[in-house]
Write a protein that binds this ligand. Structure first.
Ligand code: NAG
Ligand code: NAG
Length: 498
């Protein structure tokens, strides 16, 4: 009884701290200031699409015609010019181009790579981000309800916390062993996956993904607490399986939103110290300033459905896609930044990172436009009690529905086994996941669970040709409309099947 009360108090103080702490605890805010000019805010690269918003008009224009990929060569430059001029004053464009040219590393790409345009015929079928009258972002789905203080209190005071995380390290080591990731001993193997995709779970929502000659990390958290302060807030009961120094060379970081268990100040600073401007940060709209105050220079901030890429890797497109969640780091910054998921579309593999989310209609849209995905990382934990959590966190059954909606060939379970954020028994998520898979007629290996630090290689039989012409055409709708005979001949054109 005493323990239960104490736990509730601990929980309550954590949440109240999050609700009422002062902005100075927000992390980067006061830590560093830089004299980074306004025009440096977006680091321009030689990606074919510099920034989604600038290109959206162009895509709409062409959305009626057949959008078969063609050799874009010089067209890219013209388009860039047109795209940017449309949206920014001339002066700004010039400054940006200068800053891009002189910035080290981040734009030293091979300009000769061919790249392909995504198919935008489904442009009108997706839900765009929305803001309320106060300028703050809102969830545009009927499945959303904001976590009211009244309900937070009700949860904290009346619901039983069934986490029961053992305090004995032996027991934890037995139930949730933390393995040393393969790349600590064999860093030379990292990033070499041929046409396959490799995923390593580093705890909570942090996964390392190697695909299409890139090494990515999602929502990196290497700290021991998910909190603005080091003495309070959710503490991880399983340590990170490696340090930032032990990571292989990373090309990109994907950030889903700014909650402390997904965006950690010390981790951002640590990664930036190690990789500097070579590392590209993909962040939701509204987070750019915060990232720059952390010292990060190579940051791309995107709205839902906008896209960009890593310099020198034009062939892999990063699209910020929706999710149903919310944002908060300080007392007053609620939903000033956006939240979402990431769709990474390469010539060989497609990876979907769902971030932190409740179940909503977004995933079907994402699946229609960008599926099938070779791999999805989907949360299975922090879901009890449902009356309170369901708007912001899926349970394992809804996770399986996301897996189906986005048309994932395989999924990896994340967002469990690391922080005790909600009320379910700490070992329940994989058990419930297995039950849900059975109900949906799926196999354990379709939506698998990894140990901390464990990796899995996924090799798909299909050959991967660089510049495979149909790579970006395979939304199910398109497949219905077209007969694409890629396997037979590399350069064979798709045929419309009207
Ligand atoms: C851009 O660079 C050119 C040549 O390097 C220089 O003459 C010009 O003043 C620069 N413009 C700005 C806005 O910095
Ligand atoms: C629930 O209990 C665990 C210990 O089992 C504790 O670490 C955690 O903070 C509590 N969770 C909440 C949401 O209070």
């Amino acid at each position: 009884m005493v323990v239960a009360v104490r736990r509730r108090r601990a929980l309550l103080s954590g949440w109240l701290a999050l609700l009422f702490q002062q902005p100075r605890y927000g992390g980067c805010g006061s830590a560093k200031t830089g004299s980074i000019g306004w025009w440096n805010r977006r680091i321009w690269s030689r990606c074919p699409w510099h920034q989604g918003a600038a290109m959206a008009g162009k895509h709409k224009e062409t959305s009626g015609e057949s959008s078969f990929p063609k050799n874009r060569g010089e067209e890219d430059n013209k388009e860039h010019q047109a795209g940017t001029d449309m949206h920014y004053p001339k002066e700004t464009v010039r400054k940006r181009q200068n800053s891009s040219r002189s910035s080290r590393g981040s734009d030293s790409s091979r300009a000769s790579r061919r790249s392909f345009r995504l198919d935008y015929r489904l442009e009108e079928d997706v839900t765009k981000s929305m803001r309320g009258k106060d300028g703050k972002f809102v969830n545009p789905w009927p499945t959303w309800k904001a976590p009211a203080l009244k309900n937070i209190l009700k949860w904290a005071l009346t619901e039983k916390n069934n986490s029961n995380v053992p305090s004995s390290k032996e027991e934890l080591d037995k139930e949730l062993p933390v393995l040393e990731p393969y790349f600590v001993q064999q860093p030379e193997l990292a990033g070499r996956t041929d046409s396959g995709i490799r995923v390593t779970w580093l705890g909570h929502a942090t996964v390392l993904v190697e695909m299409d000659e890139l090494v990515l990390i999602t929502d990196p958290v290497f700290s021991h607490r998910a909190s603005p302060v080091s003495f309070m807030g959710p503490k991880r009961y399983r340590a990170p399986p490696c340090t930032i120094e032990q990571l292989p060379k990373l090309d990109a970081v994907l950030i889903s939103h700014n909650h402390y268990d997904h965006l950690d100040y010390n981790t951002v600073v640590g990664l930036n110290q190690r990789f500097g401007g070579e590392l590209r940060w993909f962040v939701p709209l509204g987070l750019l300033d915060w990232m720059q105050r952390c010292g990060c220079e190579n940051v791309i901030e995107l709205d839902w459905w906008e896209e960009n890429c890593v310099p020198g890797h034009d062939e892999v497109t990063f699209v910020f896609t929706p999710a149903q969640h919310w944002c908060k780091r300080t007392a007053t910054d609620d939903n000033k930044a956006l939240w979402g998921s990431w769709s990474v579309l390469g010539p060989c593999n497609r990876f979907f990172f769902s971030g932190d989310t409740g179940y909503c209609a977004a995933f079907e849209q994402i699946g229609k436009r960008f599926g099938p995905f070779d791999l999805a990382a989907i949360p299975i934990g922090a879901y009890e009690p449902r009356w309170f959590m369901k708007y912001q966190h899926v349970d394992p059954e809804e996770a399986v529905r996301i897996h189906i909606d986005v048309q994932a060939k395989k999924s990896v379970a994340i967002h469990w086994g690391t922080f005790a954020l909600a009320n379910e028994y700490y070992l329940d998520p994989p058990v419930k996941l297995e039950e849900a898979l059975v109900r949906y007629g799926l196999q354990s290996e379709d939506f698998f669970v990894l140990k901390h630090g464990e990796s899995k290689d996924l090799h798909f039989d299909e050959e991967c040709f660089e510049n495979k012409p149909t790579t970006f055409m395979s939304t199910p709708m398109d497949v219905d409309k077209m007969i694409c005979e890629v396997q037979e001949e590399e350069n064979k054109k798709c045929v419309l099947n009207d």
